[in-house]
Write a protein that binds this ligand. Structure first.
Ligand code: SF4
Ligand code: SF4
Length: 753
């Protein structure tokens, strides 16, 4: 707890809108000995030396900087004590909108409502700092060894990269041979200028490089049995032909790749029905083994007929009686429960890989046969990423390749050959193509959809939690943290993460290794990895009051909390991403962070002056804003002169998942007229950095609404609204709309009690 605080006001950034002398005086008067230093400085960023001198002379143990948003230049203020920021620029002066009814100004011309808002924010800042502790370090060993699971193209790259960066590597591969699917790819895509020519995959070189590196221990015919512990000090147990082995590792790269989508999904294109129809992966193997005798080959990228057949099957399954629909057919595996559109999406996701792959396969056929073999590439969407466009253009000119956009309406066997019916082609006519062989796309399904890949020894089970069983990708947040999984310290790379071409898999492997190294270093310093990189805090439990209700362990999105047989949580700080979901969940309020806790935010809420006269002084609305999306959106709105109602007071929270219901009750009993929970989108296209914080908050809000109803308070006084980081132009209207609804409802019945 900060016992002596220095408060500094930035004249340059906020002095034009506020009477800072008056604000400084009010602050001194209110806080007395707790705040021995209150200064208005001309330019805060130039006052760092002065602040440091004050810290020493006055023995300050906390500093409150009132000016621009902490998101702007907080890095400048590297001070030896706790630092907090009061955002008086973007979310106060710049966001101020004078309501029609109360144009009352103070003597110096600054609007009175603005002065009141600034005073509230400064007081909230002081109490926030007062209730904040410097977190202890929870540093762990930081074992300098990376476990790579999977010895295919991506895993080999990851192992080599980690070893070259100085880390020891243990690579486990379940097959008897390294190289994985790359062994069946006859030629790689062009990887060097002019990006038009074939490229040997050189998988054998990659294998030799790994086998020859003394920092890499390779285990073939090996399966994972257990991963226990936490980042920096995991214990990995795997079973080799010589028996089980347990080693310490700091982080894990998951590169287990893909398996082909069950052929049933493409059976309407002839796959599995005719020997003259194969998928692209099988065709690659045939080329490597020199088993292709066909003279006319159709590569069909348009899968509309299969999609329609799958859709029909899904509709029929939907219409079937419930018990029948739920029963898995014989031989069905996880992820392949029913023919349905969700599974078929793997073909769609794989379109870029198949587009490039089919160009490459057709090219190899032409090379092998001196263009005497005729290939036809029939596509609906040709997706060629980046500079590989040049390769595509070269293939357009290749003698043995005929390429056209086409709707493929039928693929049928006709005696010793296949007929592919095409409509709406670029040739201006419909036609039937007679070929010897048809190649259809391969749907790349991540191994995580089929197998338990890492075998976590966690309370939450051995597998990754799936957002959607049929996608099965081991994601945490596709947009912001591409290599993250929902298990801290385990980074997915290559086709287990998303269908990727080989060059993209290499990049992925490097990215995931960087993340693994960053994680080991972060764990050894006791700080969080992203999104709160560098955060020293972690949840501390007061077990004396814990009722073993298990809400925290069940709601932690990252499996950071194990528990004992009674249900008492067992924290693993290095697995924790510091989201606060557990403390939002805890009904006993026994979880806290040193610098973010229930009492602290509750005190900030209570520190706001809530006027009793709703009509004369307006309502008060509390906004709990997610610091990841909503808070920056508010900053951008303010900075772009898109103001909002001055009756609101904003408190950033780590995630809406960290909102404890007690804060809402505190606000309502204090007399606030409404509470707005402003967070990220949730659902299928969620944007929450902590996976399901806003979704959990929406569920908790239902309970809050019931409580309010029972107390005779309209539940509509508490609303949760979604905003993405780029929706800054929308957020002021969201706020003003809510304030208008509150104005129409009138004052909170608890006001003044
Ligand atoms: S802060 Fe988040 S990640 Fe950490 S234990 Fe709590 S819920 Fe889990
Ligand atoms: S939510 Fe709170 S009371 Fe329940 S188990 Fe976790 S710490 Fe204990």
């Amino acid at each position: 707890m900060s016992g002596k605080i220095g408060v500094y006001f930035d004249q340059q950034n906020i002095g034009g809108g506020l009477d800072l002398t008056a604000l400084a005086e009010q602050t001194s008067q209110k806080w007395g000995g707790l705040v021995p230093v209150v200064k208005v400085v001309p330019v805060l960023a130039l006052a760092v030396s002065e602040i440091k001198a004050d810290i020493e002379a006055q023995e300050l143990d906390g500093v409150l900087l009132c000016g621009a948003s902490p998101r702007v230049d907080s890095e400048i203020y590297r001070l030896p004590v706790q630092v907090e920021f009061v955002n008086l620029r973007e979310q106060c002066v710049q966001a101020y909108k004078n309501p029609d009814k109360t144009p009352v100004d103070t003597a110096n011309g600054a609007p009175e409502l603005l002065a009141i808002m600034a005073r509230d924010y400064v007081n909230m800042g002081v109490v926030k700092l007062q209730k904040s502790e410097v977190p202890d370090s929870a540093a762990v060993t930081g074992v300098q060894r990376v476990l790579v699971i999977g010895g295919g193209w991506t895993g080999l790259t990851a192992a080599a990269e980690a070893a070259e960066s100085g880390y020891e590597v243990v690579l486990v591969e379940k097959a008897e041979k390294l190289g994985g699917a790359a062994n069946n790819i006859p030629m790689g895509s062009p990887l060097v200028s002019p990006w038009t020519d074939k490229q040997p995959t050189n998988v054998a070189d990659k294998i030799s490089k790994v086998l020859g590196n003394s920092k890499i221990a390779v285990h073939m015919n090996t399966r994972m049995e257990k991963l226990e512990g936490q980042p920096g000090e995991f214990k990995a147990t795997f079973v080799t032909p010589a028996g089980a082995q347990t080693i310490d590792v700091g982080a894990v790269v998951l590169a287990t790749g893909w398996v082909p989508l069950d052929p049933q999904y493409l059976s309407s294109m002839g796959l599995g029905q005719s020997t003259k129809v194969v998928d692209a992966a099988t065709f690659g193997k045939m080329l490597v083994a020199d088993q292709v005798n066909a003279r006319r080959i159709a590569f069909v990228l348009d899968t509309t007929i299969a999609e329609e057949a799958v859709k029909k099957a899904a509709e029929e399954a939907e219409a079937a009686p419930a018990e029948e629909a739920a029963k898995p057919a014989e031989g069905e595996e996880k992820g392949f429960v029913k023919a349905n559109l969700e599974s078929f999406r793997h073909v769609t996701y794989s379109n870029a890989v198949n587009s490039v792959g089919m160009l490459r396969l057709a090219n190899t056929v032409c090379e092998k046969t001196n263009d005497t073999c005729q290939t036809f590439i029939l596509y609906k969407d040709m997706t060629v990423p980046g500079i590989l466009e040049r390769f595509y253009k070269k293939m357009q000119d290749r003698l043995g390749v005929m390429m056209t956009k086409a709707d493929v309406t039928e693929i049928r066997e006709a005696g010793d050959h296949m007929v592919v019916s095409c409509k709406n082609t670029l040739l201006g006519m419909d036609f039937d193509l007679d070929v010897d062989l048809v190649v259809v796309p391969t749907g790349l399904v991540p191994t995580t959809a089929k197998d338990v890949t890492v075998c976590f020894d966690y309370r939450q089970g051995p597998d990754f939690p799936d957002l959607n069983l049929f996608d099965g990708f081991a994601d945490s947040n596709y947009i912001c943290f591409p290599y993250e999984t929902r298990r801290t310290g385990v980074y997915a790379a290559g086709c287990v993460r998303q269908p990727l071409t080989m060059d993209a898999c290499e990049e992925d492997a490097k990215g995931a290794v960087l993340k693994a190294m960053q994680c080991i270093e972060a764990a050894s310093h006791g700080v969080a990895v992203h999104p709160r990189s560098g955060d020293l805090s972690y949840p501390v439990f007061n077990f004396v009051r814990c009722t073993q209700c298990k809400r925290c362990t069940e709601e932690c999105p990252f499996g950071a909390l194990d528990d004992d047989e009674k249900g008492t949580p067992k924290p693993n700080p290095a697995r924790c991403r510091r989201c606060g979901t557990c403390f939002g969940a805890c009904p006993e309020r026994v979880i806290s962070f040193a610098n973010y806790n229930i009492d602290q935010i509750g005190s900030m809420i209570r520190e706001v002056h809530v006027p009793k006269d709703f009509k004369a002084d307006g309502p008060r609305v509390l906004i709990l804003a997610c610091e990841n999306d909503a808070y920056p959106a508010l900053d951008m709105a303010g900075a772009r002169n898109k103001p909002w109602s001055p009756y609101c007071r904003i408190i950033p929270v780590r995630c809406l998942g960290s909102v404890n219901a007690i804060w809402v009750s505190d606000a309502m009993s204090k007399g606030y007229d409404g509470v707005m929970l402003l967070g990220c989108k949730y659902g299928d296209d969620y944007q929450c950095h902590f996976v399901k914080g806003s979704e959990i908050c929406a569920r908790r809000k239902e309970n809050i609404a019931e409580t309010l109803n029972r107390l005779g308070v309209q539940p509509e006084r508490v609303e949760q609204l979604e905003v993405a980081i780029d929706e800054y132009d929308k957020v002021p209207d969201l706020i003003d709309g809510f304030v208008d609804r509150i104005m129409a409802m009138g004052p909170n019945p608890f006001k003044g009690m």
